[in-house]
Write a protein that binds this ligand. Structure first.
Ligand SMILES: *Cc1c(COP(=O)(O)O)cnc(C)c1O
Length: 361
């Protein structure tokens, strides 16, 4: 069986280092907001090229805290791609803001920059970009619009740790960025984790305080805050794995290149990339009219796949108010997309086998 993602194999590569660091944490007996957290925050901020990194409990909280930190709430609109994981949109709703959905372009499947301006109103406060499947959004036009209409740019970088657009990494392409360290992400911990990155001193201080019971110092509460922190063990694991992130992403690129050069089946449309550095291949998604049949065929040949995602946010029960809205590009993607195995621990033989089976379909 070729697994879609063999997490045990991914993490066992670091088993010795992880064991040692966790032993150290147990030895000193400090579990939250200690040296591991500080070290990882500094190292990840440096990696992204930003001033601040604030560890939080998960990726959804990271986005949520950014919106709250900017003070956006009821009556405010935030533009967000219609083709995304539901978390991007939940973070907007959770703050009482209105998510305004924009269709993706059919090549990158990221938000279509040409369709944003027509959705901007006097209530619009921010544009949330999602670097979906690991490919950085083409930001030029979005930077222009944000400047023209005085909007914040919030990045959802949960799928794109390390992707580079015009010399800058995700996490440094907008005003603030939310990352997830969910186990399956390109940089994943052993449970839930996330962070906010930003160059904005004021936002950083606010997010840090809100995430820690609204307190800027112990027993001094200036916001009605929440408890959303990255614990020491997760920070330690992330700090170990961060050293290998670029190498892992390079391996993902190698696999993606092999898939793109060798999958030759007229029934299957391959993902396109506008710049190899801009894509870290969190997901390798192909498209076919016969998606369910392809998935079954691969399964019967011992190859696990996944669908990212089977139902678009506007068709989910949570958003009944959108049930009559139509986003044809998004719907088409959800109907036809299939994610092939992709991870840095796939072997050459496994990648070759996937190609053979896909070509035989
Ligand atoms: C994973 C993911 C999130 C949420 O991260 P969690 O850590 O699971 O809360 C948000 N947005 C996108 C695009 C994701 O893929």
């Amino acid at each position: 069986m070729i697994k879609f993602l063999d997490l045990e194999k991914v993490n066992n590569r670091f088993r010795k280092e992880i064991d040692e660091r966790i032993k150290h944490i147990l030895d000193i007996g400090w579990y939250l907001q200690g040296e591991e957290d500080k070290k990882f925050e500094a190292d990840f901020a440096k990696y992204c090229g930003v001033k601040h990194c604030i560890g939080v409990a998960n990726g959804l909280d990271a986005l949520n805290l950014i919106i709250r930190g900017y003070g956006f709430g009821t009556g405010d609109e935030i533009i967000v791609p219609a083709n995304t994981y539901i978390a991007s949109i939940l973070a907007i709703s959770e703050n009482g803001c209105t998510p305004v959905l924009v269709e993706p372009d059919n090549i990158t499947r990221n938000i279509n920059p040409d369709l944003i301006e027509e959705k901007i109103t006097d209530k619009t406060k921010a544009i949330m970009v999602v670097h979906l499947y690991g490919q950085a959004v083409q930001m030029d036009k979005i930077w222009e619009l944000a400047k023209k209409y005085n909007l914040k740019i919030i990045e959802d970088s949960a799928q794109a740790h390390g992707a580079i657009y015009k010399g800058k990494r995700t996490g440094n392409l907008g005003d603030a960025s939310g990352f997830s360290f969910y186990p399956g992400k390109n940089l994943g911990c052993l449970g839930d984790g996330g962070c906010v990155t930003t160059n904005d001193d004021e936002l950083a201080a606010k997010v840090r305080a809100i995430a820690n019971y609204g307190s800027d110092r112990k027993y001094h509460h200036i916001y009605k805050g929440v408890n959303s922190r990255l614990d020491e063990m997760q920070a330690a694991v992330l700090d170990i794995k961060l050293e290998y992130l670029d190498k892992d992403n390079a391996r993902r690129r190698e696999i993606s290149k092999y898939y793109r050069e060798n999958i030759k089946n007229p029934k299957i449309e391959l993902p396109k990339v506008y710049d190899e550095n801009a894509h870290v291949w969190h997901i390798f998604a192909v498209r076919t009219e016969n998606r369910d049949a392809l998935q079954k065929y691969l399964e019967s040949n011992g190859i696990q796949t996944n669908i990212h995602y089977p139902t678009p946010p506007h068709k989910q029960g949570a958003y009944k108010e959108w049930e009559n809205q139509s986003y044809p590009v998004t719907e088409e993607i959800h109907r036809t997309i299939l994610s092939l195995p992709m991870s840095p621990v796939l072997t050459d033989d496994e990648v070759k086998k996937v190609v053979e089976v896909v070509n035989a379909f």
